[in-house]
Design a protein around this ligand. Structure first.
Ligand SMILES: Nc1ncnc2c1ncn2[C@@H]1O[C@H](COP(=O)(O)OP(=O)(O)OP(=O)(O)O)[C@@H](O)[C@H]1O
Ligand SMILES: [Mg+2]
Length: 494
């Protein structure tokens, strides 16, 4: 059995998930009537925006409406990206969701319009229905004849049966290889996809249960199939228009899908594919599934990109476009004109705007608590209260980052629960924006390339204290920062 030993076993690799900024978000946390639960699926508060997201989700699920644009607008750290993540988690698996940051459009290899076109076509799914012929039955016998010389084509026969019939199939080399790989033996119930040459072992036949006495706990027993061995089955798979483009563009080939290095795709290729897909739709072989394109930091787009979006949204196959921004009234990139959120008015006019608002003390505590659970950190109630007040004074993001750091300090002193002292230590080790600005103000002369007029610092400190980057709408008067010692003073009260 020299051949068998060379067949390598395929082992499942245990998937290791890293903890990311939004890994605690598992859905929108809505009940059946789209009312947001207070704390659910990792989501806290932000009720209005979540309710709106629920309506959008329904719209996506219906899949009938094309080309709607939604803008999530609000201060930094109010959960815009989190809500978009939640929508993607709550969507059906076969509806495409593409995520793109505005800054990703500027690359030397792809023009902006090509990158946007690819993003749009990635977000449009084509559900293709196919009928395939399957062979399903219990293996009675598998005979493999090896050539006497040891090389050359293997041949063999496979005998399959159902409750009603028994058939012998001749096997080619490829089919023998995949049968051996799956360790198919007499008594197994298998299905074979003839066209793809794919063998699937469903389980072992009940009738032969007594013949196997050494079995793992994972051995599954099934009934011998009934009826014909040959069956017709409808299989449905969803691919995105972009995937069809890449596979059909001769210069790329499907391997480009794995490297992601697809380059520019010729318009003629896309044209042909659109025609083909339209044909399939008419013949009832395929459906279009409009998905979601999420563009984060949409203010990074310039006027040309916005013009592209305007036009692309009018296409009947357009996906739902979700955008997010934390800007106020600011320059539209590539022009001297100012506009709300840095987005031209004609695009804003087609957009449903969903605002996100700042969190209350309670909500901050809840979010921090969820993050502690996510990062496997135990924290005393007192420390959590302190962390909440840090979040209130600085920002939610900063205090989320303190959790892991404080836990490391706690572990160094061999503690099991993060206490106030650990938080205090990391708070003094790592500065937040506000304290960093105060430091710069004090020592600005000693830094290289100092502009000296302090206008940038004024804007930064306004942003730090108001918690908003929309300097244009917020009163940008330089708020005095409370300085590096503010925290130590506060501690006694907590
Ligand atoms: N309602 C919420 N429930 C749970 N976690 C949240 C919620 N809102 C925000 N978070 C978490 O707080 C952090 C900051 O939120 P997020 O990144 O979504 O902010 P943002 O609005 O996208 O900010 P920016 O404008 O800076 O991009 C993230 O880790 C996010 O998962
Ligand atoms: Mg964001």
């Amino acid at each position: 059995m020299a051949d068998l030993s060379s067949v390598q076993e395929v082992r499942d690799v245990t998937k290791v998930d890293r903890i990311g900024a939004h890994s605690h978000i598992r859905g929108l946390g809505l009940d059946d009537s789209l009312e947001p639960r207070k704390v659910s699926q990792g989501m806290v508060g932000q009720a209005q925006a979540r309710r709106a997201a629920g309506v959008i989700l329904e719209m996506i699920k219906e899949g009938k409406i094309a080309g709607r644009a939604i803008l999530l607008a609000g201060q930094p750290g109010t959960g815009k990206t989190a809500i978009a993540q939640a929508i993607s988690k709550a969507m059906d698996k076969d509806v495409p969701f593409t995520m793109l940051a505005g800054s990703e459009l500027y690359s030397h290899e792809l023009s902006k319009s090509e990158a946007l076109t690819q993003a749009f076509r990635r977000s449009i799914g084509v559900r293709i229905k196919e009928e395939t012929e399957l062979i399903e039955g219990e293996v009675v016998e598998l005979v493999v004849d090896r050539p006497a010389t040891g090389s050359g084509q293997k041949v063999g026969q496979l005998t399959l049966k159902t409750t009603e019939m028994e058939t012998v199939y001749d096997l080619g080399g490829k089919m023998i290889d995949s049968l051996i790989k799956q360790k198919v033996a007499a008594g197994d119930v298998v299905t074979i996809d003839k066209a793809a040459g794919k063998v699937t072992v469903i389980g072992r036949s009940f009738a032969r249960a007594r013949d196997f006495d050494a079995m793992g706990p994972q051995t599954k027993f099934v009934q011998t199939p009934e009826g014909d061995i040959q069956k017709r089955k409808e299989v449905v798979h969803t691919v995105s228009l972009h995937e069809i483009d890449v596979i059909n563009s001769r210069s790329q080939g499907f391997l480009a899908l794995f490297s992601g290095d697809t380059g520019e795709i010729k318009p003629e290729v896309r044209e042909q594919i659109n025609v083909k897909v339209a044909e399939w739709r008419e013949e009832g072989k395929a459906d279009i599934v409009p998905g979601v394109l999420f563009i984060d930091e949409v203010h990074m787009l310039d006027i040309e990109c916005f013009a592209f979006l305007n036009r692309a949204l009018e296409n009947t196959m357009a996906p739902v476009l979700i955008m997010a921004t934390n800007r106020g009234i600011t320059n539209i990139r590539g022009t001297h004109y100012k506009s709300p959120h840095g987005i031209p008015l004609d695009l804003l006019d087609r957009t449903l705007i969903v605002p996100t608002t700042e969190y209350s003390q309670d909500e901050l505590t809840q979010i921090l608590k969820i993050r502690c659970e996510e990062e496997d950190v135990e924290m005393t109630d007192e420390a959590l209260t302190l962390l909440t007040s840090i979040a209130k004074q600085t920002s939610l993001r900063y205090s989320i980052q303190l959790i892991t750091a404080a836990n490391l300090v706690c572990r160094k002193r061999k503690g099991t629960e993060v206490e106030k002292s650990d938080l205090r230590q990391v708070y003094s080790l790592f500065q937040d924006l506000e304290r960093s600005v105060a430091f710069l103000k004090e020592y600005q002369q000693q830094f290289l390339f100092d502009e000296g007029d302090g206008s940038a610092l004024a804007a930064a400190s306004a942003a730090a204290t108001s918690g908003a980057a929309n300097a244009a709408t917020s009163n940008a008067s330089a708020t005095t920062s409370s300085g590096p010692t503010a925290m130590e003073d506060d501690d006694d009260d907590l």
